[in-house]
Design a protein around this ligand. Structure first.
Ligand code: B3K
Ligand code: ZN
Length: 856
């Protein structure tokens, strides 16, 4: 058990190690409870003093220096540290033999077993649970890995790099892997066990043939073909768009069912949560398919952004994560639809990152200190990190961006770099000012004011920094629409901002004026959501309806819909009768317009989440009133749009095996129509579809429409769904999540009941997230006035604090928006969190609980 409550680590304390570690030989004799790890590392002095290596709960059984047993007086060793007191002044080989127990590893960091398969997770600090090392990203090592295990020859034995040799002898298997690319410990991986494979090849742009394998649970191989297709498309795309070629002879992916996060980019051996690999239309939704495509691409793209160029220290995490998210977003935009992808990314940013940035857990994209590195894998580092790269792209344009990336790869390949190194590759007008985006937390606001008098139109944009933050450069993409088409930008006069290609860079204020107009134009501002800011614009229904009807930027159209919808829900929350007629008419026209992509139309029909409404209300929120406003609004919209929705629903259903983005769009549009109709009380279609659907997309959408409207038959339909999928863990996760998120009064009791379900287990992160994580998203149930919702989540976090602190800490972050609720709730949550803080022992949980309970 970990009892380290950690020490604060500061960016300013960075210092290189006094020894380099150019080569390591690792020998694993695998055993479920006593795996022996013999690590021989060549160290070269570049400074002086003791060699201090990190460990975590290790049992050390032998120490050798240059092949000779070392006297105990020469070193100090404990479970968490090894110190060679007076190392030689010349290069030396240190051998450390440790013993670890994969079966007792419930934290899923280091070497563990999932379904009998040995696998590893080392990022960020899991390697030190295998052997002592300089477990930090700036020490780059070439690895030779030797694996020995009992077996009959069927089992796979995998590590990073290229396979040198594999042998079977007398019931023993062995393999030797060599990775020629120096890498930090966090990218080390090993997998061994009985797995099935899908195999293919990819020929790179220089003509090298690469062997591709995706390993999955035996019998599930057909479900890995989509992932393989996504992998090959990712490899081709990175060549075309970024000139990046794959660099080893083999690329392996392994899917495991017990994994703390989505996937891991270990060099040449990516390990995946199986939910991001396994799919067929009967068990996976279109959303799952697109998730698989994204995560496969993301991990593959890390081969250059993360692996070939890694991070100097963990403060630079966004250097690999923000950049790689940007790259996967671009991949999806090129493969699917740019406009739709942008809306999807903005939804995610607003749902997760903006709230985080306004919460007690707020931090900079590149923080200057942390207590527990595992808690830094956040929406801010990933998604806001990607937005910062996108702003650079917007400000300098695609050609200069690509040239900057080429420069980055040329200058920093094979190194552990910093954010400053990256930014130095791009011709920014004021790099110092731009760096503030990395160094200050919080979301800036852009205020939009418009005036029209005597033929003169004035648009004023003002930047309001987040509390304690400064003015930063904000690229604003802008168009002025009028009845006679867009206003010629050449006729506009701009004061105060720098004009770049297709955008203005806003500092504190920009004024745009156009004279001699016959009518007021309409400003389409922040087109494509050109910066991660809050857009503050006065409510003006007529203006937003015009944007919905006339603007050609998908984001600004969708955003106008959101503004009107949230405004209408807010009015209902405040007790107004509610009048959605104009919005319903505009949406009906938009949804019926075949000129728009179906996915875009579907996105427009999705009612903004309860969470969005909560943020609009801001403080002292009553979650029951939120539910009522949300339901009332959805029902009214559904009723007013009945005819067009029924027509949309009657469109042909695409063939079940067509998982293309286009087919997914048609399904999404029909299902969005079905949802609104169900909200208005018309649940027959959903009831029929719940049993007749031929895809998981359609089945789950129908079940959701029944469950979320508490339709008659919802309970039975869900029970039948659970029974039919008893042996499909990934589908069962969907069932658990739906039961946990149903907005009726019985959610808490239902979740307590499901925690006793024979298939529920705290040992499987996917299951915990699907039941307890989903429950924490259920606004009225989690934020119950009696505090019982908080208690339930906290109790699970307390139990996991002992066995899997990373998952526990992640669950606890749900408490970060409690401050928006009314006072009995805030107090109930404070009590529960104080209790967690008092009893927790892991640095992960202590860090989050401490920040959530900090005063001021
Ligand atoms: N780099 C990993 C995340 C590791 C999380 C460690 N707690 C996956 C990714 O971002 O690609
Ligand atoms: Zn990543």
């Amino acid at each position: 058990m970990r009892t380290d409550t950690g020490q604060t680590v500061y960016l300013q304390d960075y210092a290189p190690t006094p020894y380099r570690a150019p080569h390591t030989s690792l020998m694993f004799a695998l055993h479920p409870t006593r795996t022996v790890v013999r690590a021989t590392t060549l160290y070269e002095p570049v400074g002086t003093g003791p060699l201090e290596l990190a460990g975590d709960g290790l049992e050390l059984v032998a120490v050798e220096l240059d092949g000779e047993a070392l006297d105990e007086s020469a070193y100090e060793a404990g479970p968490d540290r090894f110190v060679l007191k007076a190392p030689p002044e010349w290069p030396f080989a240190l051998t450390l033999v440790t013993v670890v127990s994969p079966d007792d590893n419930t934290e899923l960091m280091g070497l563990y077993r999932s379904n009998g398969v040995y696998c590893t997770q080392c990022e960020a600090e899991g390697y030190r649970r295998i052997t002592y090392a300089y477990d930090r990203p700036d020490v780059l090592t070439v690895y030779d890995v030797f694996i020995v295990a009992d077996g009959d020859g069927e089992q796979v034995l995998l590590s990073n790099g290229n396979l040198v040799e594999r042998a079977v002898k007398d019931g023993r298997l062995s393999a030797h892997w060599h990775d020629p690319f120096p890498k930090p410990t966090y990218l080390f991986a090993l997998v061994a066990g009985d797995l099935g494979a899908v195999t293919d090849t990819f020929t790179t742009m220089s003509g090298r043939k690469v062997e591709l394998n995706i390993y999955v649970e035996r019998g599930k191989e057909p479900r890995a073909t989509y992932a393989m297709d996504a992998l090959k498309r990712s490899m081709a795309w990175d060549e075309t768009r970024f000139g990046r070629e794959y660099d080893l002879d083999i690329f392996n992916i392994v899917a495991v069912s017990d994994f703390n996060m989505g996937a891991m980019e270990n060099k040449g051996l990516n390990v995946f949560n199986d939910r991001y690999v396994l799919a067929d239309p009967a068990v996976a939704t279109d959303q799952d398919y697109s998730g698989i495509e994204t995560v496969i691409a993301h991990e593959y793209f890390h081969n250059w952004t993360g692996n070939r160029i890694t991070c100097r220290d963990w403060f630079q995490l966004c250097l690999k994560e923000g950049l790689t998210v940007f790259r996967d977003q671009e991949f999806t935009s090129d493969e699917r639809s740019r406009g739709v992808k942008r809306i999807a990314d903005v939804r995610r940013l607003r749902a997760a990152q903006f709230p985080e940035d306004a919460s007690p857990l707020r931090h900079c994209v590149r923080p200057s200190k942390y207590d527990e590195i595992s808690n830094l894998y956040t929406a801010t580092v990933y998604d806001k990190g990607a937005e910062l790269i996108r702003m650079i792209h917007t400000m300098i344009g695609e050609a200069a961006f690509r040239a900057g990336m080429d420069d980055y790869f040329a200058r920093f390949d094979g190194t552990a770099a910093t954010v400053e190194d990256f930014v130095s590759c791009f011709p920014l007008a004021d790099p110092g000012a731009f760096m503030r985006w990395y160094e200050e937390p919080g979301t800036p606001t852009v205020k939009v004011d418009e005036r029209y008098e005597n033929g003169r139109y004035t648009l004023e944009l003002t930047q309001v920094p987040a509390e304690g933050a400064s003015i930063k450069p904000i690229p604003v993409r802008l168009a002025l629409l009028s009845d006679t088409g867009a206003v010629d930008p050449a006729k506009a006069t701009v004061h105060g901002g720098e004009i770049g290609p297709g955008h203005i860079v806003l500092k504190d204020r920009v004024k745009v004026t156009v004279d001699r107009l016959n009518a007021a134009p309409i400003a389409s501002v922040m087109r494509g959501f050109s910066a991660p800011v809050t857009i503050e614009r006065t409510a003006d229904e007529a203006r937003d309806l015009t944007l919905i009807a006339k603007d050609d930027d998908p984001f600004t159209v969708w955003d106008a819909v959101q503004r009107l919808a949230v405004g209408a829900m807010r009015a209902r929350y405040d007790g107004a009768p509610g009048d959605e007629s104009a919005l319903a008419a505009a949406l009906a026209t938009l949804a019926a317009n075949d000129g728009h992509e179906p996915t875009f139309r579907a996105l427009a029909l999705i009612v903004p989440t309860r969470q969005t409404l909560i943020e609009a209300i801001g403080s002292d929120v009553d979650p029951d009133k939120v539910n009522a406003a949300h339901q009332g609004f959805s029902a009214a919209l559904g009723a007013k749009m009945q005819d067009v929705l029924a027509r949309l629903y009657s469109a042909p259903v695409p063939p079940a095996d067509d998982v293309s983005a286009e087919a997914a769009g048609h399904r999404a549009l029909r299902n969005a129509a079905m949802h609104l109709l169900a909200a208005a009380g018309e649940t027959d279609r959903a009831a029929t579809q719940a049993t007749s659907a031929t895809t998981m997309t359609d089945r789950l959408a129908a079940l959701g429409a029944l469950a979320f409207t508490d339709a008659p038959g919802a309970d039975d339909a869900l029970a039948a769904f659970a029974a039919a999928n008893e042996h499909e863990p990934l589908v069962l996760d969907k069932y658990f999540a739906m039961e946990a998120m149903r907005p009726d009064d019985g959610a808490l009791e239902r979740v307590r009941g499901l925690m006793e379900h024979p298939k529920f287990s705290l040992k499987t992160p996917n299951r915990v997230r699907s039941l307890i994580g989903a429950f924490a998203q259920n606004v009225a149930a989690f934020h119950r006035a009696d505090g019982e919702g908080y208690r339930l989540v906290a109790d699970v976090a307390k139990a996991l604090d002992k066995s899997n602190p990373q998952v526990a800490a992640r669950l606890l972050t749900s408490f970060s928006d409690v401050r928006r609720f009314d006072s009995p709730r805030r107090e109930a949550a404070a009590d529960v969190l104080a209790d967690v803080l008092q009893t927790a022992t892991s640095s992960d949980v202590v860090d989050i609980a401490r920040r959530l309970t900090a005063k001021g």
